[in-house]
Ligand binder design. Structure first.
Ligand code: SF4
Length: 319
């Protein structure tokens, strides 16, 4: 029985980005073209609902290429991989289809170009994230990993005049600007792409959650706990003074969070399916008279080309 009225505001844009759409489509098309099993190294995107759905269609997820039978069809996740992983896959004779997001590949290429010119590279990113492991492992030579401005002082480059930086694609734009500011202050000659490595989807979702924070009392971010871009959305909501919660699924919602709220905002990380947002709205509607609206926001029209070997593998049925 619905209770009091609750204004529910959806951020725009939210949810799937072009890199995630492409990665999922690659696995689905590979299953259609080659038949199951198709092996996927690492979660194809950081969302267990997506992973479970693909498992149901015959995808096998593994942490390491050592676990994959020689010669099997193998997809690398959207986060990218280090060169040693590519080499290991080559040695096992795996039939690799690369679902690395083209915007991650762009960062790999930048880092490699700097290294080839003799620069030491500083990677701004979070230790342990698969994208960071992949990027570090794609760049020859020494790579310094930092995540915050206060780590800049500890960097000891061989030659401070030959330094470059690149960044993870899913960082906070504001935090990254602070880190880059600290780098430029200590190493005035450092070169890098400014915050342009942070991908369009991350930037747009961060802009949208800031707009959402101006409208609502509480923010719910739908996304996985290990999803970098989803965590940044929660942090930005909190930094804007709104209690913000990252939830994997509608069942994780604690109604006590909304006790004093008249308006709640919902957004979703780039790897979270829209279905999860709609299930959250449906859960709210079980307890409130929901007054639903979507904020005006940036219209995204980004699509990435599929790998050529799958381009004509047939369009998968709707998810
Ligand atoms: S979040 Fe950005 S970099 Fe990551 S898959 Fe999506 S578009 Fe690519």
């Amino acid at each position: 029985m619905p209770g009091p009225t609750l204004r529910v505001v959806l951020a725009q844009p939210r949810g799937f980005c072009a890199g995630v759409e492409r990665a999922i489509e690659i696995v689905e098309r590979a299953l259609r073209r080659f038949g199951p099993p198709v092996y996927v190294r690492h979660e194809i995107v950081h969302n267990k609902h997506v992973v479970e759905a693909l498992k149901g269609k015959g995808a096998h997820f593994v942490d390491d290429v050592d676990e994959i039978p020689a010669g099997a069809v193998t997809v690398f996740s959207a986060h990218g991989v280090a060169r040693v992983v590519e080499q290991a896959a080559g040695e096992r004779g795996l039939e690799v289809i690369d679902a690395t997001c083209p915007l991650v590949t762009k960062v790999h290429n930048e880092g490699r170009r700097y290294a080839a010119k003799g620069f030491e590279v500083i990677l701004i990113g979070h230790a342990g994230h698969p994208e960071v492991e992949g990027t570090m492992g794609q760049i020859d030579g020494r790579v310094h990993l930092i995540s915050a401005a206060n780590e800049v002082a500890a960097i000891e480059p061989a030659d401070p005049a030959k330094l470059a930086f690149v960044t993870q694609t899913t960082l906070s734009v504001d935090d990254t600007r602070d880190v880059i500011g600290a780098l430029r202050a200590r190493f005035p000659g450092i070169v890098g792409p400014d915050t342009r490595d942070i991908c369009y989807a991350t930037q747009n979702r961060q802009t949208a959650v800031r707009a959402l924070a101006r409208e609502v009392d509480v923010i719910l971010v739908v996304g996985a706990q290990n999803s970098s871009n989803s965590n940044r959305l929660r942090e930005i909501g909190a930094a804007a003074g709104r209690p913000s919660y990252l939830i994997d699924h509608a069942d994780s919602l604690d109604l006590a969070w909304l006790a004093a709220a008249r308006a709640v905002g919902i957004t979703a990380g780039a790897s979270a399916p829209e279905r999860l947002v709609q299930e959250l709205v449906a859960r709210l509607a079980e307890h409130y008279e929901v007054d639903l609206e979507t904020l005006a926001g940036i219209e995204e029209n980004v699509h990435f080309r599929l790998p050529p070997e799958l381009a004509d593998a047939g369009v998968p049925p709707p998810r």
